[in-house]
Design a protein around this ligand. Structure first.
Ligand SMILES: NC(=O)c1ccc[n+]([C@@H]2O[C@H](COP(=O)([O-])OP(=O)(O)OC[C@H]3O[C@@H](n4cnc5c(N)ncnc54)[C@H](OP(=O)(O)O)[C@@H]3O)[C@@H](O)[C@H]2O)c1
Length: 233
């Protein structure tokens, strides 16, 4: 078995849902985990539930000053990051479609779900570059796959389409640094976002992200996965 001694992973939106399940799974594999949440209280509460060494930090992915502050705080604790999981996301298209959605809602969903991930990778790059096995996982959705785009879920679908596009570009841009970047879809998962009728548990939803973060062949980069299989963008 590969040693995970000293390996570190940071998860955005790690205080609940799929992000929390990813944190739990990575801890079980021996990773040190940094749980970030837009509320420090929520990050601390999530860390306490895990009863292991977890660093809780505040991070609002749509706010550059929050990203910079988190990086500054983190650098006081660590100088290298092996895994970055861009998991934070919103699903806010209740009652709107592509013909009625406002610019404000388009802006905010794109900022959180897509641009946040790009800005975080840019900011945390100096820490990722120090790792010999750096991996970035973007938690996307098949709702952002070209064949599944829905006019009734406009900002969410567009944001995940953009996130998948960013995965392709970032994989290309980071190839020479040997940093791999992939997107994954967790399936329909029972969380606050997925609702009570969803068939998958957060642990099932987290599985492919954990696999990509730890054991997936490093030859995969710039790909989109579901259930550990490559799917079409
Ligand atoms: N559940 C599903 O069926 C499903 C399906 C496909 C894809 N996904 C994707 O999986 C990821 C996790 O979803 P989930 O089901 O676990 O959702 P969730 O239970 O609603 O959790 C969303 C997480 O994102 C955080 N978040 C939202 N906006 C943020 C911001 N601006 N900055 C930092 N954190 C922010 C939330 O923080 P707060 O607690 O502060 O709100 C929360 O931790 C999302 O990217 C989602 O699109 C989910």
């Amino acid at each position: 078995m590969k040693s995970t001694q000293g390996k570190r992973a940071l998860i955005t939106g790690g205080n609940r849902g799929i992000g929390f399940a990813i944190a739990k799974g990575l801890l079980a594999k021996g990773y040190e985990v940094i749980i970030t949440s837009r509320s420090l209280d929520n990050a601390q509460q999530a860390a306490q539930k895990l009863q292991s060494k977890v660093i809780p930090l505040e991070l609002n992915v749509s706010d550059d000053s929050s990203i910079n502050q988190t990086l500054k705080t983190l650098r006081e604790e660590i100088d290298c990051l092996d895994v970055l999981i861009n998991n934070a996301g919103v699903y806010p298209d209740e009652g709107v479609n592509i013909l009625t959605i406002s610019r404000e809602l388009l802006d905010s969903t794109m900022n959180i779900n897509a641009f946040g991930a790009i800005r975080i990778i840019q900011a945390f790059l100096p820490l990722l570059e120090k790792s010999h096995d750096a991996r970035v996982v973007n938690v996307s959705s098949d709702g952002g796959a070209l064949s599944d785009l829905s006019a009734d879920v406009p900002s969410y679908s567009l944001s995940k389409l953009a996130l998948n596009g960013a995965t392709i570009m970032l994989a290309q841009a980071l190839h020479s640094q040997r940093i791999v970047v992939n997107s994954m879809c967790p399936g329909w998962v029972k969380t606050d976002m997925g609702g009570a009728d969803a068939p998958r548990t957060p642990e099932q939803g987290a599985d492919t992200a954990i696999w990509l973060a730890t054991e997936a062949p490093r030859t995969y980069s710039g790909k989109f996965f579901r259930d550990r299989q490559v799917i079409s963008f």
